[in-house]
Design a protein around this ligand. Structure first.
Ligand code: THU
Length: 145
């Protein structure tokens, strides 16, 4: 689908994620990913993937944006939307680890805008990306009488 049917705000967020993509540190995969996280004050937090020679410590773009925002003092579960961008055939989709982190730090109904460089996009929500997720509330057992 083309971007002309996307709301201006989400289009701005996708453009920001495209900018963020250019900052990716990807000497191993050479696969750049960008993310742009919108906070409740209208600020956009950039994220890119940051790889490592040991592979495992690699941080995806989505988690970079989320962790940066938290480190900058933004409160968990107050974010408004996140856009993700990659050079994929269809709109890029977040990996399983990022889905779990999104569930932790965002409301389940928060929009996730997934795009690619061709201008394809799709919108889903955090909850729809990880049905049946183990959430923060899963840790709280029902109070015993
Ligand atoms: N990657 C992301 O940053 N986000 C995604 O949604 C998918 C995968 C990164 C991890 C790694 O640096 C590269 O893309 C190839 O998997």
């Amino acid at each position: 689908m083309e971007n002309n049917n996307l709301s201006e705000l989400y289009n701005t967020l996708l453009e920001a994620s495209k900018e963020a993509m250019k900052r990716a540190y990807v000497p191993y995969s050479n696969f750049q990913v960008g993310a742009a996280l919108l906070d409740k004050d209208g600020n956009i937090h950039y994220g890119c993937n940051v790889e490592n020679a040991a592979y495992g410590p690699t941080n995806c773009a989505e988690r970079t944006a989320l962790f940066r925002a938290i480190a900058d003092g933004k409160e968990a579960r107050t974010f408004k939307a996140i856009a993700v961008m990659g050079d994929t055939d269809g709109p890029i989709t977040p990996c399983g680890v990022c889905r779990q982190v999104l569930v932790e730090l965002c409301e389940l109904d928060m929009p996730v805008i997934m795009g690619n460089l061709k201008g394809d996009w799709e919108i889903t929500t955090v909850g729809d990306l990880l049905p049946g997720a183990f959430t923060p509330s899963s840790l709280h057992k029902e109070e015993q009488a």
